[in-house]
Design a binder for this molecule. Structure first.
Ligand code: IPD
Ligand code: CA
Ligand code: CA
Length: 269
């Protein structure tokens, strides 16, 4: 039986409270889908409302901690070693289109390193959570990364750069390499859930570039605590700065890393 620490309780409580509003708003979006104006403005408001709820809940519980939030940016706390990283709605494009694959992601960074994370999927009522040294959990059950050892047996998930995003030229050879090597590739549209699902062993691996710290921080703790390995696509450890990520199990990690790096260097020739 999983014993949640007071810290995880605070984070999970904030995520659940914000999720109530998101679920209501998601119902509206499904209606707005067919209207002429479309749901865009409504969704940005839903996003901001959810972040407001999370900020208020976390501030009530830990008034001295700082924040890095997707919508409201940086709030410097009096406690300089603890900072919350908040993505109130990860998977906005899905949400906007009425696709039920999105999440709330909250991480605690301690002394500039991800220390604890929760990723909550309100549609499935799945709370993924992890704290350094305590393991990773889905609701009350311990989770582990999958233990497949050969790339040909794997299903991997990725993020495909779209309009307005850099990195398309470098990405295509990576995709081509993975198409040759794996059993299947998925694009689900929520970086936070992609990482949570690697931690839960649903996906064997995940890679993407161009992400922000709030997309990644909670998922990094989850994958590490689930026994996985996390790096940048090139193998470095600056994920939160570069926004590049590769997450998988320790056996597949060098194989995926080598394939992706080789694909990149071939494209540069
Ligand atoms: C996005 C999602 C998506 C990823 C994008 C992110 P948002 O976050 O995580 O899966 O491919 O790069 O920006 O905008 O929905 O919070
Ligand atoms: Ca995001
Ligand atoms: Ca977001």
């Amino acid at each position: 039986m999983a014993l949640r620490s007071p810290l995880i309780n605070v984070m999970a409580g904030a995520a659940k409270k914000a999720a109530r509003g998101l679920l209501r708003d998601f119902g509206e979006v499904e209606q707005l889908q067919v209207s002429l104006k479309g749901p865009s403005d409504f969704v940005s408001a839903a996003d901001r409302r959810a972040e407001e709820v999370i900020r208020a809940e976390l501030t009530k519980a830990r008034p001295t901690f700082g924040f890095l939030m997707e919508e409201q940016g940086v709030v410097v706390g009096t406690d300089t070693s603890n900072r919350w990283l908040v993505d109130p709605l990860d998977g906005t494009t899905n949400f906007l289109h009425g696709i039920p694959q999105f999440a709330i992601s909250i991480a605690l960074e301690r002394d500039s390193k991800p220390f604890a994370g929760v990723i909550y999927d309100p549609i499935r009522d799945e709370m993924f959570w992890a704290e350094q040294g305590q393991g990773a959990y889905l609701n009350e059950k311990r989770i582990r990364v999958a233990n497949r050892r050969r790339l040909e047996d794997t299903v991997v998930v990725t993020g495909i750069p779209h309009r307005g995003r850099a990195g398309k030229e470098g990405y295509l050879p990576q995709l081509a390499a993975m198409m040759e090597l794996t059993s299947g590739i998925r694009r689900f549209g929520s970086a936070a859930l992609d990482l949570a699902w690697v931690a839960a062993g649903r996906f064997d691996g995940y890679w993407e570039g161009g992400l922000k710290p709030w997309d990644l921080a909670a998922g990094v703790v989850l994958v590490l605590e689930a026994g996985g390995t996390v790096s940048e696509v090139n193998g470095g450890q600056g994920m939160l700065h570069s926004g590049s990520i590769l997450a998988t199990n320790p056996v597949l990690h060098p194989l995926m890393c080598e394939a992706l790096v080789n694909a990149g260097s071939r494209s540069a020739l």
